[in-house]
Design a protein around this ligand. Structure first.
Ligand SMILES: Cc1cc2nc3c(=O)[nH]c(=O)nc-3n(C[C@H](O)[C@H](O)[C@H](O)COP(=O)(O)O)c2cc1C
Length: 163
């Protein structure tokens, strides 16, 4: 067994799990914002609307805007969209939203026109659990573009099949 402490082993273990990559956006009184996030999962298909869960670091500026706006859109990235993932992870140079074509969803959130899938959601529950806000959002609208391979992050690297 590794002699790293529990926290370090937890983080190292999580880094080995493969995850889809999303850009989560928001707009409203708290301002337009967005970040790259892998902590996204479905919760229920009827609550009465389908719902999903996202976990956002309490230090994230986008998380503060999302909480104030009460809405967020989860944009699932395709395998070729690494540059967007890098930009919204704060690793780019320019303005984050310059990198894509955006339309406005029913909640007012920016929706990435060529996302693989986009779920435009209203927050129905939020709870701070240690370092992260756990948010439940009910989908107001779902966009499906033509199926292609998603962008994957695992072992701290992008796995991005062409197209
Ligand atoms: C592959 C990947 C996945 C990430 N997943 C999350 C996540 O699920 N939740 C989160 O809060 N931050 C996540 N981050 C980190 C944020 O994207 C990053 O801290 C960003 O700069 C936050 O920007 P903000 O402070 O403007 O909101 C992830 C970063 C990468 C590269």
């Amino acid at each position: 067994m590794s002699d790293l402490d529990l926290r370090a082993r937890f983080l190292d273990g999580m880094s080995r799990a493969a995850a889809s990559v999303h850009v989560i956006t928001t707009d409203g009184p708290g301002g337009r914002a967005g970040l790259t996030a892998s902590a996204v999962t479905s919760v229920s298909v009827d609550t009465p609307k389908p719902s999903l869960l996202v976990c956002l670091n309490r230090a994230s500026r986008s998380a503060a805007a999302i909480l104030e706006n009460g809405v967020f859109c989860v944009n699932l990235l395709g395998g070729e969209q690494v540059a967007l993932a890098e930009a919204f992870a704060g690793r780019g140079t320019g303005e984050r939203f310059d990198g894509g074509t955006w339309i406005t969803g029913p909640t007012g959130c920016p929706v990435l026109a060529d996302a693989l899938v986009a779920w435009d959601c209203k927050i129905t529950k939020s709870e701070l659990v240690g370092s992260h806000h756990v948010l439940i959002g009910e989908a107001e609208e779902v966009w499906l573009n033509a199926p292609r391979l998603p962008l994957i992050y695992a072992n701290r690297q992008w796995l991005h099949p062409a197209g």
